[in-house]
Design a protein around this ligand. Structure first.
Ligand code: E4P
Length: 218
C-alpha cells in the first residue's frame, strides 16, 4: 500500500519524508491556501523535489477549457505531477482529454461508486473517494472503499483507488485490509500511526532498568 501525505506544508512533507514512508503527496486548494500567499507552481515544484512520487496539483477552473489549460500548465511543472480535477461533467471531460495526452489525472471529490467508475472509464490514474466527509454526513465512508475495491477487481481497471479524507488510523487499517492501493493522510494521522502507549511505557522502563544497573556500577 502506498502512503501519501495530504498537505501543502513543506515542513510536514519534509518531516514525513524523513521517516522513509512517503510515496507521494496530495494537495488541494484549501491546503495550499493554508500556506499563505505562495506561488502555486513554484510550491508544487519544491514538493516534487522533496518527494520522488506522484504529487497532485488541483485545477481551480470550473469549465472544461480552463481545466484543460490549467491541467496542461500544472503537468509541465514536473513529470511527477498528477493533475487533480473534480468529479463533475467538465472534470470528466478534462480527465479524458488530459489522459489522452499522457497526463496523469487524479479525479477528486468522489462520493459514490458510479462516480468512481465514470472517472476510471474516462482515463483517471487515481480516483479519490473521500471517506471522512461521508462519515461526517452519517454515511459509512469505508463501505464505498469496499465497493470500489470489489468493482475495480472485477474488471481489472488500471485506475488506482486513493483513499482520501482520512481522519484516523482506523480508516487506514480498514483501507489496507480491503486492499485499497493508496491512502493519503494528514500529518496528524501519520504521527498517530507511529505511536502506541505501550511502546512509550516499555521504552521508559528499559531506560530506568538500564540506568539503575549503570548507576550501581559506579
Ligand atoms: C484529498 O486529496 C483531499 O485533499 C483530502 O483528503 C480532503 O480531506 P478533508 O476531507 O479532511 O478535507
Amino acid at each position: 500500500m502506498k502512503f501519501f501525505i495530504d498537505t501543502a506544508s513543506l515542513k510536514e512533507i519534509r518531516e514525513a519524508a524523513s521517516f522513509g514512508i512517503l510515496d507521494g503527496v496530495t494537495t488541494n486548494p484549501s491546503l495550499v491556501a493554508k500556506e499563505g500567499n505562495v506561488d502555486f507552481r513554484e510550491h508544487i515544484r519544491t514538493i516534487c523535489e522533496i518527494v520522488n512520487g506522484p504529487v497532485s496539483a488541483e485545477v481551480v477552473g470550473q469549465d472544461f477549457e480552463s481545466m484543460l489549460k490549467e491541467g496542461r500548465e500544472n503537468a509541465r511543472i514536473h513529470p511527477n505531477v498528477y493533475v487533480k480535477v473534480p468529479c463533475t461533467v467538465d472534470g470528466l471531460k478534462a480527465c479524458h482529454a488530459l489522459s489522452s495526452e499522457g497526463v496523469h489525472v487524479n479525479v477528486t471529490l468522489i462520493f459514490s461508486a458510479p462516480q468512481a467508475m465514470m472517472a476510471a472509464k474516462a482515463g483517471a490514474s487515481f480516483v479519490s473517494p473521500f471517506v471522512g466527509r461521508l462519515d461526517d454526513i452519517g454515511t459509512d465512508g469505508m463501505e464505498l472503499i469496499q465497493e470500489l475495491v470489489e468493482i475495480f477487481d472485477n474488471y481489472d481497471f488500471d485506475t488506482e483507488i486513493l483513499v482520501a479524507s482520512i481522519r484516523n488510523p482506523l480508516h487506514l487499517i480498514e483501507s489496507a485490509r480491503m486492499g485499497a492501493d493508496i491512502a493519503t493522510m494528514p500529518f496528524s494521522v501519520i504521527s498517530q500511526m507511529i505511536k502506541h502507549p505501550l511502546t512509550d511505557i516499555g521504552n521508559k522502563k528499559f531506560l530506568e532498568d538500564w540506568n539503575t544497573v549503570q548507576g550501581k556500577k559506579k
